[in-house]
Design a protein around this ligand. Structure first.
Ligand code: RFL
Ligand code: PHB
Length: 388
């Protein structure tokens, strides 16, 4: 096979990149390790920045998003027992955010890919990148029991945090910034009505988050030790722990029911610099990981694709300057979101080895946010996302 851009990974980043490139006259082939069913079954992000909503609208994916997504004009943060801090997005940042599950985005992307007749090779194994810094890059892999090869001009590494693309950048070329947090998130889905707003909570028992997928599907998380497994968490234990961590009047509104999904994810911040090596360009989780506390991971993947697709299109129009500047351009937004996610994580979790001093600092931050509209406006602006 021959194409202009070989894309590794058909998660949100790779699929979106392929679609935008196609719409703007650049050919690509996407190679995905898993089956379509497997990718669609992963329960992940739920919150879109308004910038992400606008990008999806601009490529014709706005209809279901607006019909089934929920605009939220605020988030709430419970702390200090029964205090509730209200961050008003519309009032303080001039735009809302959108609750719309990653699962639905992925469904919409695959529907658009099918409609346009684009190539995604699912269940591809042994993916290898070749001649990344030379004139004739290519990718080899096995699919349908046969060895395959794609010759291309460029390779887009969109294969997430466990992919092969980032390993193609030699250690002496890249810097790997990393912070692992000493806890994970236990998440559940339940077919019960969610709270009317997103609610984060800092409690002496640990962090909690109430979110939603639709009017009859709730998504909840609690901070848990890294060595816990889902077997340690019966539904009863989950609900009693969740409600114990929320302000009383919020806990009273939680409708419990059987969980239909339960999983644990560790929390980590990581940035690989640069996001380019020769003809290889990284985008999304392949280049950076953020803890989910700031709801930034998927939004950053979408932002990278915005910059990278624009750079490829310009390059095929005869101007390579944006492509040369891609890493630098994308990293500005990446570091801003990495900082915000780290700050939200430190603000809202309890660390196993922290001192009472650390908690007083956290409470002072929360008290300042309660007192100062300027401080809340800064959080609102970062949460709903800055313009590209
Ligand atoms: P993905 O989604 O991981 O997709 C990468 C794809 O590459 C494939 N792959 C390979 N393919 C071929 N060959 C190989 N060798 C391959 N290795 C891997 C994989 O199978 C996969 O299909 O990365 P992408 O596209 O960069 O998208 C990133 C987002 O998925 C991620 O950042 C978000 O889900 C993070 N996230 C959140 N982000 C938000 O913006 N808002 C949120 O509210 C939010 N909540 C969350 C989250 C992530 C969570 N977890 C489980 C980590 C909540 C949670 C709990
Ligand atoms: C979610 O709905 O899954 C979600 C919402 C907000 C976050 C993280 C995850 O910060």
């Amino acid at each position: 096979m021959k194409t202009q851009v070989a894309i590794i990974g058909a998660g949100p980043a790779g699929t979106l990149l392929s679609l935008i490139l196609h719409q703007r006259g650049v050919s690509s082939v996407v190679i995905e390790r898993q089956s379509k069913h497997y990718v669609l079954d992963r329960v992940r992000a739920g919150v879109l920045e308004w910038t992400s909503v606008e990008l999806l609208e601009s490529i014709g994916m706005g209809q279901r998003l607006h019909a089934e997504g929920h605009r939220h004009d605020r988030v709430k943060i419970g702390w200090g027992g029964n205090e509730i801090l209200d961050i008003e997005f519309e009032k303080l940042a001039g735009r809302p955010m959108m609750a719309y599950g990653q699962t639905k985005i992925q469904e919409d992307l695959y529907a658009a890919v099918d409609h346009e007749g684009l190539d995604i090779v699912f269940e591809s194994s042994d993916v290898e990148l070749h001649d990344v810094t030379g004139d004739s890059p290519y990718v080899t892999f096995t699919a349908g029991g046969e060895s395959q090869r794609i010759d291309c001009d460029y390779i887009a590494g969109c294969d997430g945090q466990h992919g092969v693309s980032r390993t193609a950048i030699p250690d002496h070329v890249k810097t790997d910034y990393e912070r692992a947090y000493p806890f994970g998130w236990l998440g559940i889905l339940s077919e019960t009505p969610p709270l009317p707003h997103l609610l984060y909570a800092n409690n002496e028992r640990g962090f909690a988050l109430c979110s939603e997928r639709n009017p009859m599907l709730s998504r909840y998380y609690v901070q848990c030790p890294l060595d816990d497994t889902v077997k340690d968490w019966s539904d009863d234990r989950f609900w009693s722990e969740l409600t114990a961590r929320l302000p009383d009047d919020q806990a009273a509104q939680v409708v419990t029911g059987p969980s239909i999904e339960k999983s644990i994810a560790p929390l980590r911040s990581q940035v690989i610099e640069p996001m380019q090596y020769g003809n290889l360009f990284l985008a999304g989780d392949a280049a950076h990981i953020v803890p989910p506390t700031g709801a930034k991971g998927l939004n950053l993947a979408i932002a990278d694709v915005h910059y990278l697709s624009g750079a490829f299109v310009a390059r095929y129009g005869g101007d390579a300057t944006k492509l040369e500047a891609y890493s630098e351009t994308a990293l500005r937004r990446v570091w801003s979101s990495v900082r915000f996610s780290w700050w939200m994580t430190v603000l809202l979790h309890r660390f196993p080895d922290e001192s009472p001093f650390d908690q007083r600092m956290r409470e002072e931050d929360l008290a300042y946010l309660t007192r100062s509209e300027t401080a809340r406006a800064s959080v609102a602006q970062q949460y709903v996302g800055l313009d590209y």
